[in-house]
Every structure is written in structure tokens, then in C-alpha cells.
Design a protein around this ligand. Sequence first.
Ligand SMILES: NC(=O)c1ccc[n+]([C@@H]2O[C@H](COP(=O)([O-])OP(=O)(O)OC[C@H]3O[C@@H](n4cnc5c(N)ncnc54)[C@H](O)[C@@H]3O)[C@@H](O)[C@H]2O)c1
Ligand SMILES: [Zn+2]
Length: 663
Amino acid sequence: MNARERIQELADRIVVLRDAYYRGSPTVADAEYDAVEDELRGLVEANPELAPDPNPLEQVGAPAVLHAPIRHSRPMLSLEKATKPEQVAAFFERFPGQPVVVMPKLDGLSLAVVYENGRLARAVTRGDGTTGDDVTKLVRALTDGIPARVDAPGRVEVRGEAVMLRSTFAAYNTDHPDKPLINPRNAAAGTLRAKDPATVAGRNLRFFAFDLYTEPDSAETDLGSALQTLGFTAADMRRCTDAEAAQAVITTIEQQRNELDYDLDGAVLRLADRDAYAAAGTRSSSPRGALAFKFAAEEKTTVLSDVVWDVGKTGKIAPVAWLEPVFVGGTTVTRATLANQEVIRARGIKIGDTVLVRRAGDVIPFVAGVLDASKRTGAEQEIVPPTVCPSCGHPLTEQGNSRELFCTNVSCPAQTVRRLIHWASRAAADIDAIGGVWIERLAETGLLEHPSDFYGLTKETLLEYDRIGEVSAARMIESIDRSRQVGLRRALIGLAIPMASEGTAARLCRAGFGSLEDVVEAGVDGLVAVEDIGPKVASSLIEHLTRLRPELERLREAGVSLDVREEDLPPVVAAGAPLAGKTVVITGSISDPRSGEKVPRPTFQRLCEKAGAAIASSVSASTDMLITGADVGAAKLTKAEKFEVEVVDQSEIWPQLIAAGIV
Ligand SMILES: NC(=O)c1ccc[n+]([C@@H]2O[C@H](COP(=O)([O-])OP(=O)(O)OC[C@H]3O[C@@H](n4cnc5c(N)ncnc54)[C@H](O)[C@@H]3O)[C@@H](O)[C@H]2O)c1
Ligand SMILES: [Zn+2]
């Protein structure tokens, strides 16, 4: 693979990993994600002309879409990362004689809190760094550490991290055993996503400040004291004047990380003097006057007491390690994943072994290996994979190189529950008012078997359960009603068809399938004609959707929409499309001239597609037009010149989009 292909592959992978991460379900550990970013950064430094466009390294966070969008006064950036003492020393060398504060890197979500003439005006999430969500109402109701007033004139902007304290998290989960929070960070993010503070009562957050901007300039230039004077709890800052002292503080923070009441994933170094920090300026996505030292994923040792085989929604049987309770990565872990038989074999794990358990970020803890096989007593037992399904007794089949085990019995009770939970999940029908524990109970009592059974539930039936009251029953029913708008793409995801991914569902919509029934009718031949759908995926879709026909009918009868939704369709090219037939590359930052608001790249792309353009990611001989926004990199322009590509400023495109009625 050449550098260009590798760069594109890494950039694509970053987009996928970030998407999962910012939706609250990361698929890899942070360190693994950071390694992908590092590789891309290295390749782009060596081959600047191959920089991907858009370049994920120049983007932060995820677009804000939940509440009202608010533009930040100045971008909320990411941080440069370090993992070695040499990098800390290099940071000090860049700023000779400047004192530095070292503080914990709190693992919550960052907020900008703005005061106008002493009054709290608004609180905004980071969002994509340029525009965030207005969470003022939620913050007023739920966040401690944000005073309603400050004693300062003009405009004051305080930035910091909103976290759920571990103690709040633990107390909440004790009170809500049927709908527990996953971890403090996820909980903080979820809390600030709520539409109404009342629905997240009891989920209080704490705000720790680490950044300050004042207009007019306040006299106090030391960051920590300036924040305290205003009445904020600053992140715990220790002042250092050389790299050794800073390294010592970093080590102390890492050692204390288990005793603190909040999650942290590293330490932040930052120039202590506000003027010096401002003068240092910024790079494309991080300030020069700060550095994040990231801690390795936490590892602990404990005893593997047993292995149970868990049945998943597609019938996959996965080994789960039962562990003696161990506190790692901010929570007590008693279960961890062992992936599959091959991983068990490769890591040589036996029951009774002392094993290393690793947990990083939100990722499910996993058994990383055996601590010291020479210390075995002989009482350890081999882990023997089952030959029949632990739930239904059906003989298992083995698939793939890692010899994953599957139960192929479609009426297997364990699979039934998993599939119901999956149907209700956010990526599918999003029945958010009914948690997994309730789904399981409703399945046990025979009320739920297929997704369509959700739509037969009534408030009266739910009220027969002791722990469901009027209010929650009403919320559950309302949530079920809303989920009737699921549509083709999300319904396909929700049906958990083996081998069909979220990408498969999106591709089928874009390829013109109008409903789930259309997909069945197309047959294997019709499906493999769709780009990127292979024969295995096609056969699996046809086999399972054919089997599910009666269920599809029941869903239809219950008023559930299985038809494609507008948002999942390819753009409709407008009549008299001004960019028809043109291959277009977009670069730089785009804004709508009518409002001056920044327009996210995907939104502008879709507008150009509606105008008939085919979008390409880099300039080549086949490019017809390069559309430029603000802050365009020189490399793109040089290439455009080389290939004699027409360069058009975005300001000339908007009037055409408006004239064609596209915007
Ligand atoms: N596992 C995955 O798949 C995956 C995917 C994407 C991102 N990530 C992780 O998410 C992070 C992405 O970077 P990012 O831009 O969101 O954050 P970052 O690591 O670059 O750090 C910036 C953020 O740190 C926070 N912060 C906490 N304490 C701070 C302090 N004392 N001073 C300054 N800032 C402080 C702020 O919220 C700020 O927005 C990385 O840690 C990365 O590993 C993981
Ligand atoms: Zn089974």
C-alpha cells in the first residue's frame, strides 16, 4: 500500500472511531485510537502534499445538534498529546523561564460559560470546536461550581470540565438498578443531552475551571488565582518551574488517580501566566501553550474465577471472564471480555489464573493476559468452550479464523432478549425509556418476543408491574410511539441481521431501496448489484429477511414505518443544477454569506451534490473545479494550478445555489 492509500485509510478509520466514541460507544481503547492519529500525523508530516481533505487531525469533537447551536467566541480546541518525559522537557524548552501549572486532565466534557456584566448569560458545549450546544438551562439546574453571578464587569468567559463525580455516579446507580449509568463520562455527556432537566434529576455534575478570557482584561494574570477570585473551583493546579518538578507532579497525579472522586485520563501542562498563554497562540487544532500528558490504560491484576459463555443478538457465543472484584479505571470490575476461543488460546489463559485486566475510557474491560504462568499451583483449569448453546441447548457451529461459536437456533431465548434490547437501542428504534432490565423482565413474562410486540404494550399492562408507576408507564408508551418512525435504515440495523452492518443499511437506502419489503424482493442478485455489498452479506440479508416476513407484516400492522426516510436518501439533484456533471473538490472553511455562520463540510457537500456535483476528496487531473473557503492551504492551490483546475471562491457558489432554489 502506498502512502496516499494508507493516509486515506487512516483518515477514514479516524472518522469511524470518532463517530462511535462521540456517540458514547467507543470500539477501541484511547491508546489504540491515539496510535492511529499518530501514524497519520507522521505520514502527513513526511508527505504534506498528501494531506487528507477534510483532515481529521484539524477537526475536534463532534457536531452539535441537540439543543440550539451557539458559535464560540474563539475555537475550543483539542490538546497536543505526550506520553514521554522528553516531550515534557521539550515543552519547557519552548518557553524558557515561564512557570507552568500541572493539573489533572479530567474526563468529562468541556463547557464554555459566559457572563455578561456579572450575570451568567449562557453555557455551551464544545461541539465541533466552532459551534456548540446551548445547555444553559441544564447547567443552571444540574451543575455545581458555576455561580449565577460573578463580580466582574464586561464579558467573562470561563472554560472548564463538567464531570459526574464518582460518588454521584455510584449513588445514582444504587438508586436506579434497572437503568444504571455506564460510566461517569458517559453519564455527564448524557445528562447534558437531556431535553428537560427534570428527566435527569439526581444526575448532578461538578464544574472544574481551567481557562479564562476577560473583556476588558482583568488585572490578575495568574490563571489559578484569577479563577478563584471569580468564585470558581479551579482544577487542582500545581505550579512548576522546571520539567523534573512537572514530571514529579504528573507521577503523583497518576498514583492518586484511584483515590480521587473524578475520572481522569492524564495531566495537563499549561503556562501559568494568562498573557504568556495567549501570546503563545494556537496551531490548527491545539493551543501552543498547553500539553496533555496521557496516562497508559489502567491495568490491575486479579483472579479469574470462572468463564461463562454469553449469547449475543446474532447468536454469537462469547466468553466472559468472571473476576474477583478489582478497582480499575475508576470502577469496580467483576466481568471482562475474553473475545473468543483463539484469544484464550493465544494468551494461554486458565481458570484460577492471576490475570491482567485492562480498562481504558469507556471500553469494556478485557483480560490482557496471564500475570505469571510459572506461579501456577496446578489447580488451574482449562477453559473448555461449550458444544451446545448455554441458553437453548442447540448444537453450536464454528465460524471464521478466530473460530467464533454461534447458536443458529432463531428462537433461542437468550438471543430473543438481546435482539429486543438491540431493537430498542439508539442506533435502531431508540425506545430510550425502557432499559435492558425491563426488556428482559417483559420478555420473561411473555409480553415481548419480537420487536413488533413493543407496539402491543399498553399503559395498563405496564402498570401491573410493581415498580412501574404512572409517570414511567406514560413515558415508556410515548417512547414506543415515537419509535414507529424508525424507517428503513434504522429498522434494518434493529433487526440485527448477521453480517449486515450499519454501513450496509445506509448503502441500501442510497441505492434506491424504498422499503424493507423491496430489499427482500430484490433477491441476492439484486443486492450484490449494490456497490460494496458482497454475496455473503446479500445471502444473509435475504435468508433472514425472508424468515422475518411475518414479523415485518406485524410491524407494518402496528403502524411502524419500514420505508426509507428522506435523510437517508441520496440528494435529489435540482432542476437546472448549476454544478451538473462537474467533479468538485472543496477546501477551506465554508460559511453561509447570508448569516455569516460556519457551514459544516458535509452540509455544504450535500448542497453541492444537490447542485449536480460529484464530490472528490483531492485535486487530480479529473477534477473540474476547486471551491475554496477561508484559510485554504497552499498545497491544494498549487495542485489546482498544476492540473489547470478552475478555482472558484465559495462566495460565487452561494448565489447559484440560491438561484436554483437549493438553499
Ligand atoms: N477510543 C476511541 O475510539 C476514541 C475516539 C476518538 C477520541 N478518543 C479520545 O478522545 C480524546 C480526543 O481528544 P479531545 O480533543 O476530545 O480531547 P483532548 O484529549 O485533546 O483534550 C482536550 C480536552 O481535554 C479536556 N480537559 C480536561 N481537563 C483539562 C484541563 N485541565 N485543561 C485543559 N483541558 C482539559 C477538555 O475537555 C478539552 O476539550 C483523546 O483522548 C482520544 O484518545 C478516543
Ligand atoms: Zn441458543
